[in-house]
Design a protein around this ligand. Structure first.
Ligand code: IPE
Ligand code: MG
Length: 226
């Protein structure tokens, strides 16, 4: 969800105003998913690298996150959206953890729509943590090194039951993966738009889906005969 800072700068506003506007795009994206029947939405809200930002921007983002969760909790229930977090939750401030854990628990009964927030998330960190979990299983004798495969490796990632993404949308024209879902994006289709995240609303979402629907996904195989 990139481009919040640039959105604010263009308007001579403080960066946090861009993040606030961006949080409205989050709501728009959740509504679009329901409208277009997309069961899984994973949003890269805060990376492990983002901890290196100025302290006041970090605390502004954390406050925004709490306000956002409290404001839209009802809407998640109304739409049967299950909230989950992937990332190092333990790095988040205590009050953010408390607010998130409540909604995570209260929405855990829903199966229809899934909103996954990547918080203090890093793709490399996730893969290393999976390796740690697997090493423990090997040490305890529960798993043999020669039995490690792609499937049981992936079972040790943060949210193992979530299918790999079909589409990865990157806003603000950046041509980078930025340490996002390194394992899971293997065969995802990429859609990169110059639109800044705060301006990425339903029409833009629809454009991304339209382009996705015209992609020919071969997964390394040759094109099947029509
Ligand atoms: C993304 O917008 C929001 C977060 C990382 C939380 P940026 O803050 O990276 O916006 P730009 O890149 O400065 O425009
Ligand atoms: Mg950025």
């Amino acid at each position: 969800m990139d481009g919040n800072g640039r959105w604010a700068k263009k308007r001579m506003l403080p960066r946090i105003k861009g993040h606030e506007q961006g949080s409205q795009s989050v709501i728009s994206a959740i509504r679009s998913c329901k409208k277009f029947g997309i069961k899984y939405l994973t949003l890269y809200a805060f990376s492990v690298e983002n901890w290196a930002r100025p302290k006041d921007e970090i605390s502004g983002l954390m406050n925004l996150l709490i306000r956002f969760i409290k404001k839209y909790e009802k809407e998640l229930h109304a739409n049967k959206v299950r909230l989950r977090v992937l990332g190092r939750m333990e790095d988040m401030p205590e009050d953010v953890q408390v607010a998130l854990n409540k909604v995570i628990e209260d929405t855990s009964c829903y199966t229809e729509y899934n909103l996954n927030l990547a918080l203090s998330y890093g793709g490399r960190t996730e893969i290393v943590s999976a390796c740690t979990k697997i090493s423990r299983k090997v040490l305890s004798g529960a798993l043999k090194p020669e039995d490690i495969n792609e499937n049981n490796f992936a079972d040790n990632l943060y949210l193992p039951d979530i299918p790999d993404p079909d589409l990865m949308i990157r806003t603000s024209g950046e041509m980078r993966i930025s340490n996002f879902l390194l394992w899971q994006l293997s065969y995802a289709e990429f859609y990169i738009t110059d639109v800044l995240w705060p301006d990425f609303r339903e029409k833009e979402f629809y454009k991304a889906l339209l382009e996705y629907s015209n992609r020919d996904r071969r997964f390394g195989k040759v094109q099947s005969e029509q």
